[in-house]
Design a protein around this ligand. Structure first.
Ligand code: PMP
Length: 773
């Protein structure tokens, strides 16, 4: 082990003064400075310029000295304002001119600007100064980021914590009471921390920023970081960890120290989560290395000075405190680095969570599955529960392009860090998102209105439609769902199927060619089903409401994923328009390519609506609501009414929306919805022969319905069976839902990134679940 106990060179003053004058052109008043390894002088030139002349120890490897000099020149270029010594080359441009002693030994010399100030030493410094120090150390790391030199990696340094385990051989030099803790820390570091360091940001760092290498001016402000003699190639956060180790005092409140040092650091360089994961380990190992190295030096008769002297026995008390309250410290470190507390990795028991949930959210709020699932993570088509089990999510359409899609998540995070405000200002994202949406729609639908949810979009569309038509009657499909606002609840008979409709609402029987009055294979299905819209339209007129609009989800999701006969929607719209009404295409379910044939469900059906309402999938989980309409309809409305949605169209939502559109395009997801949807439907259809309960398999794109019946001729709904089946499919690791007025339809509506292999998994799981029914 290299203890580096060098005796400093001892040139006489006259010799050095001549050398300084001849080589550097430096002359002035001359005073000696302390030096552990080198012989150091301070020279003040007549003009006031202040220099440190350093005669390096001849045992010091030359490339380490040159590296130090080059590093300082690098910093002078990358962060000239950083308070570190500035290198002065000699008159001929040499970095470190050689001075020969009487025996002919070569000594490299360095001329560095002299930084004034007092070393921090063991004076206590205020939190705001620690914050400044944290920032300076981060700047130092940043300034050295592009600096490359072989010396720091090659040099065997006792302080290099990659060699910390070597110190286990010297633990016996410590007082008896500290040895067990020292062994534990060094062992844990070697076994658990070192392997993780290999994945972290690493570079040449200062390596030795401690209170005796930091200067403060009269006011206490940090005025310099000195001593670049221990440059090391290490993880970037090591300098920060060393600082923390040096400033944590046993018995002192660690909170302001951690918050200041780490907070100041991350204001310059945001920390990575993995770096935070090792920070306290690095602190502990530094706290243990220092007293061992001190003891080792003492056993070799090297006196402890300054920094080492100050360490004494305090470090083990600090390590004990760190270990005793490790998770509190971890939370503090994360908070200081602007990371939320880490979620508990030990899953809370479900009954306890349900008790907590009931206390604050009530008992009636519906939960899927019994017992319910405690979800902790999502990724692509997978949801992970707190027991570590993963489920193939064939139910959720909100994470349209896959749970936690990294492109979308990053877009949200980036925008959240940049700007998030509202549409009262001109913002890039709101305009760009509106333009992108408009480009997907019929040219007539060129006006965009931002809100926050599907319900709101429908609510606003309904208000616009009433203003435009001057009428007040609304049409919806029987058993439709369009949202939760007071107005839209009226369009959502599925919310309360047995309750009477609102006086101004009429419903149209859905085009259900499996169970409805006209069956698949019969002629003129589209016209005959569309004709069922005539009586309600007439009735609205006869009761004086008139037809304001019909609101339709073109995936007919609540009606059981109907594949409506070709021409049906066109015919219904024709009738509504003939009665003076408008068509609100609710694309909350059918939009963004789910139908596999087009971006929007109404395009699949070949109709142009007066409104497109957008919700759930738009932000892949981030709340967004949008209405697209004709500009004249919007203008007519805003002439008489002020309209503003605080969050609607905010930058983050729009960034999320834009990212979702990018992913749909870049991952070719509309085509995937078509081909995987067809594949999935065919696979499920193949199960029909094996399981008698399967009455029908249908749908469009990745909206798939499977209707269960006890009897294929009476079509008696298998409602009780489906309840059990959903749980069995869940047990098989696949999530699907139930749907329909008779609650006998399996709803399969996965994120549109589902691939064929995953479709096979879903089919096999459903097959096994049927077998166990
Ligand atoms: N319309 C349809 C067709 C929906 O499926 C939903 C939500 N399931 C909504 C509107 C309402 O959207 P939100 O929950 O965002 O208000």
């Amino acid at each position: 082990m290299n203890l580096q106990n060098f005796v400093p060179p001892a040139f006489d003053d006259a010799r050095l003064q001549a050398f300084a004058r001849d080589k550097y052109g430096i002359a002035g008043s001359w005073s000696r400075l302390e030096g552990e390894r080198d012989q150091n002088f301070r020279v003040v030139e007549p003009g006031g310029a202040n220099w440190t002349l350093k005669v390096c120890n001849p045992h010091e490897p030359a490339d380490s000295i040159l590296c130090q000099a080059l590093a300082l020149e690098h910093i002078a270029r990358t962060d000239p304002a950083l308070p570190v010594p500035r290198l002065r080359r000699d008159i001929s441009g040499d970095i470190a001119p050689v001075l020969l002693d009487d025996q002919g030994h070569a000594h490299l010399t360095l001329a560095l600007s002299y930084l004034s100030g007092n070393v921090l030493g063991n004076v206590s410094i205020a939190p705001e100064r620690l914050r400044q120090l944290g920032s300076l150390v981060a700047r130092l790391g940043r300034a050295l980021r592009g600096f490359v030199h072989a010396a720091p990696a090659a040099r065997p340094l006792i302080w290099d914590n990659r060699r910390a385990a070597d110190l286990l051989d010297h633990v016996h030099l410590l007082p008896e009471e500290n040895r067990a803790l020292a062994r534990a820390v060094l062992g844990d570091f070697r076994d658990n921390t070192l392997p993780r360091l290999e994945f972290l940001r690493s570079q040449i760092i200062h390596g030795d920023v401690h209170p005796w290498n930091v200067l403060a001016d009269q006011s206490g402000a940090i005025s310099g970081i000195i001593d670049f003699g221990d440059l090391v190639h290490a993880v970037l956060v090591q300098d920060l960890a060393n600082l923390i180790a040096d400033f944590l005092e046993s018995g002192q409140d660690p909170e302001p120290i951690l918050l200041s040092l780490i907070g100041g650091y991350r204001e310059v360089t945001p920390l990575e989560e993995d770096e935070l994961g090792v920070l306290l380990d690095l602190v502990e190992v530094r706290l243990v290395m220092t007293p061992i190295i001190t003891a080792l030096r003492a056993s070799n008769s090297i006196p402890a000075e300054g920094y080492l002297q100050s360490f004494g026995s305090r470090s083990f008390k600090v390590v004990e405190a760190l270990r005793a309250k490790r998770s509190e410290f971890e939370t503090l470190v994360r908070r200081a680095a602007a990371f939320p507390p880490k979620k508990s990795t030990t899953a809370e028991k479900l009954p306890e969570m349900l008790t907590r949930r009931h206390a604050v959210m009530g008992e009636k709020l519906y939960l899927f599955y019994d017992p319910p699932l405690h979800m902790v993570r999502g990724e692509g088509v997978w949801l992970h529960d707190s027991t570590g089990r993963r489920y193939l999510d064939c139910y959720n359409n909100v994470p349209h392009v896959g749970h936690c899609h990294p492109y979308v998540a990053e877009a949200i995070a980036r925008q959240a860090r940049t700007l998030n405000t509202n549409t009262r200002y001109v913002t890039d994202e709101a305009i760009a998102y509106a333009e992108r949406l408009v480009a997907t729609a019929h040219p007539s639908l060129s006006a965009v209105l931002y809100v926050n949810s599907g319900s709101e979009a429908n609510d606003v569309a309904w208000r616009l439609a009433k203003a435009w038509t001057g009428k007040s009657g609304g049409l919806a499909m029987d058993f439709a769902y369009h949202g939760i606002t007071d107005a839209i609840d009226c369009f959502s008979p599925s919310n309360a199927p047995d309750a009477p409709l609102a006086p101004h609402i009429r419903v149209i029987p859905p085009p259900d060619d499996y169970r409805g009055p006209y069956r698949r294979g019969e002629p003129d299905l589209a016209q005959r089903y569309a004709a069922l819209a005539d009586p309600p339209i007439r009735d609205l007129d006869e009761h004086g409401y008139g037809v304001t609009a019909v609101m339709i989800d073109s995936a007919f999701m609540t009606n059981g994923m109907l594949d409506a006969p070709k021409g049906y929607l066109q015919a219904v719209c024709g009738k509504v328009r003939a009665a003076g009404g408008l068509f609100i295409a609710d694309e909350v379910q059918s939009g963004f390519g789910r139908m596999g044939t087009a971006m929007w469900g109404h395009q699949h059906h070949g109709v142009v609506p007066d409104f497109i309402t957008i919700g759930k999938p738009a932000g892949n989980g981030h709340p967004i609501g949008v209405v697209l309409t004709r500009p004249e309809i919007l203008e007519h409305f805003t002439k008489s009414t002020a309209f503003f949605s605080t969050f609607g169209g905010n930058n983050v939502s729009c960034a999320a929306g834009l990212a979702v559109l990018d992913v749909i395009r870049d991952e070719n997801l509309i085509e995937n919805a078509r081909s995987t949807g067809e594949y999935l439907r065919q696979g499920l259809l193949n199960l029909k022969g094996r399981h008698g309960l399967i009455g029908d398999v249908r749908g469009v794109g990745l909206a798939v319905g499977m209707e269960l019946v006890r009897d294929h001729s009476t079509r008696e709904p298998a409602t009780a069976e489906i309840k059990r089946l959903l749980s069995l499919v869940r047990d098989e690791g696949v999530l699907v839902g139930g749907e329909g007025r008779l609650s006998n339809i399996i709803k399969i509506r996965p994120p549109v990134v589902l691939n064929r292999g995953q479709a096979d998994m879903a089919i096999a799981a459903i097959d096994r679940a049927f077998a166990r029914l």
